[in-house]
Ligand binder design. Sequence first.
Ligand SMILES: Nc1ncnc2c1ncn2[C@@H]1O[C@H](COP(=O)(O)OP(=O)(O)OP(=O)(O)O)[C@@H](O)[C@H]1O
Ligand SMILES: [Mg+2]
Length: 311
Amino acid sequence: MILTVTLNAALDVTYPVASLVPDSAHQIERAHVRAGGKGVNVARVLEHFGQPVLATGLVGGTSGAAIRHDLDGAGIRHHFCGIAGESRRTVTVVAADTGDATAFNERGPLVSIAEWRDFLEHFDHLVRDASVVVCSGSLPPGLPVDAYAELCRRARTHGIPSIVDTAGPALVAAAEAAPATVKPNSVELRATTRAPDLRAGAGQLLAHGAEAVVVSLGPDGLLAVTHDNAWQARPPGRISGNPTGAGDACVAALASGLLTGSEWPDRLRTAVAWSAAAVPMPYAGDVDDETYRRMFDRVQLEEIHAFHSDR
Ligand SMILES: Nc1ncnc2c1ncn2[C@@H]1O[C@H](COP(=O)(O)OP(=O)(O)OP(=O)(O)O)[C@@H](O)[C@H]1O
Ligand SMILES: [Mg+2]
């Protein structure tokens, strides 16, 4: 089973409007509301592709209850830890005239040290039945910067590999816990490492301890770097739609590849095809089967032989 961890789970609210006009009131015919947060999106994609998955993390308040209720309705197995604070909401206004999405993301509830300790105990129970752990997204206020690192270390004591998708100091700390894979996007990698180029940035995260670094490059696909090899995988063309959540579909594929032990070229092909399939869908966590099937055989994979990490 793949265990996805979402420490800052959210209730994602989307308002479709004909046009977004500042300083005016907008009539919303029908709001779209669903459980979100990156680990939840990863779980949704894995569930879609028939992979065994359990979603965990922290939830609280009425938003937390709505998150659990939505996952029940979607048939996604979950076991979250309750906290006293209110889970955050995100509000995205999608304007039909321009196609632009304007997002308002709450930062998240303050989590106490006692709540974090309770979660670690909860995680220790769940991880025993897991084969892969996925840690995705931002940390809510109150959690230590090495929260994901701590989860990776605990998973590792059971021989279970982890994937981490986060940014900044939390990503560097996680890399030091030797996760199997970290998955920043190119902007996150540059901001986190301040390296002159992506290969150098990936090399830094390898030097910190990550076993592999997969950098997502938006419509240009992926750069994957291990201590021994590097690959670039590209979709055959740019897909139009909403790329939010494409990174989560990519992480889902990398987790599935770790679960089955697939070779890197196969893993990356699947990652590019699953993430491309997320782009035509309006909501993060959904994937389009037809796009996935169309993409899979057409992913362009290139091995970059001349790569040496700083190890
Ligand atoms: N327009 C697109 N057409 C085809 N594939 C895309 C497109 N945008 C993204 N992808 C695929 O999705 C993957 C992840 O996208 P991206 O780099 O935007 O991730 P991200 O910024 O982490 O996304 P998020 O965190 O919002 O889920 C890319 O590596 C690429 O394979
Ligand atoms: Mg991302």
